[in-house]
Design a protein around this ligand. Structure first.
Ligand code: CUA
Length: 326
């Protein structure tokens, strides 16, 4: 039960302990500050507007001595500029404050080499494929280690939400979305779906376990291994089964199509002269709609390959594993 005094006290320090959940990620404090800023701007204007409303109701109420409306100016340029300029300045402040936090959520620090986790939303559960191959219904991360979640959905739009991390990202069918953060407090936190996705939307929950150290994570990752096919194994199998290797080498040599070795994350020229970055969305497009962006120097001759989401994630994992060098 949230009591009003707690609410106000909590908001005083931009929604701190007691009101908002614990802050357990690198972006939580920034989100709380934006929330606190919006809260106090709203509170200030509520007091001003309601205050003047009450004042005017009393000051200009009906009285026997008052027969008709008093003469009043119909226009004041100074007043209009005043009440347009202040809200304009305020929305710029809000824009700057929230944009700064937003970029911290979607872009990882260059050189931080985040742990990548492939997240799949489906009616009505989450699935997490961790780096190193371990798949789980729970998300496992290590305190202080940057994490990059790459989200996909096999059916409708879902949205991954961890209140303690102050993070929320949609999982959209047909494309990959991204979320970057660093967990700061070890423990277990609830994972929710916050996009209505049908009958069991409310039960589409999971848990994120933040391990206190790498050894604890490794111990978890080692247990029960060898069951399901890992994403990398899926990728290697599909690459062979679908005949990809007939045109795309994995050792850097040119074939009918470009080699897939060392292309992950690279900037590549395409036939229109534009430059694209090889990321999971480009790989997806190049599989399901190969003619969309052709590598410069190659021809548009690949047929679309109908792969499901897990197979595409597998191909992505395989291409990521084919780094430059020996
Ligand atoms: Cu998935 Cu709501």
């Amino acid at each position: 039960m949230i009591r009003l005094p707690d609410l106000l006290a909590g908001s005083l320090i931009a929604a701190g302990p007691g009101y908002m959940p614990e802050r357990a990620s690198s972006v939580a404090e920034g989100v709380d500050h934006v929330f606190g800023l919006l809260f106090w701007i709203s509170a200030f204007f509520m007091v001003v507007i309601v205050g003047f409303t009450i004042l005017f109701v009393i000051r200009y109420r009906a009285r026997p001595s008052r027969t008709g409306p008093e003469a009043s100016p119909d226009h004041s340029t100074r007043l209009e500029i005043f009440w347009s300029a202040i809200p304009l300045a305020l929305v710029f402040v809000i824009f700057a404050a929230s944009t700064k936090v937003y970029f911290a959520m979607v872009e990882s620090d260059p050189g931080s080499a985040p742990q990548r986790v492939q997240v799949t939303g489906r009616r009505w559960s989450w699935w997490f494929d961790h780096a190193g191959g371990k798949g789980s219904k729970e998300l496992h991360v290590v305190v202080g280690k940057p994490v990059e979640l790459v989200l996909a959905s096999t059916d409708v739009i879902h949205s991954l939400y961890v209140p303690e991390f102050r993070l929320k990202q949609d999982a959209v069918p047909g494309r990959f979305t991204r979320m970057v953060f660093t967990p700061t407090v070890a423990g277990s936190y609830p994972v929710l779906c916050t996009e209505y996705c049908g009958t069991n939307h409310s039960t589409m929950t999971s848990v994120v376990v933040v391990h206190p150290d790498q050894a604890s994570f490794d111990a978890w990752a080692a247990e029960g291994k060898g069951g399901d096919e890992t994403l990398l194994e899926v990728g290697v199998r599909v690459f062979g089964e679908k005949g990809c290797s007939a045109c795309h080498s994995t050792d850097g040599s040119a074939g009918v199509g470009p080699s897939v070795k060392g292309i992950w994350g690279k900037e590549e020229k395409i036939t229109t002269g534009a430059t694209i970055r090889v990321d999971e969305n480009y790989i997806r497009e190049s599989i399901v709609k190969p003619g969309a962006k052709i590598s410069a120097g190659y021809e548009d001759m690949m047929p679309p390959i109908p792969l499901d989401d897990r197979e595409i994630q597998g191909i992505v994992a395989y291409i990521q594993s084919l780094k430059d060098g020996p």
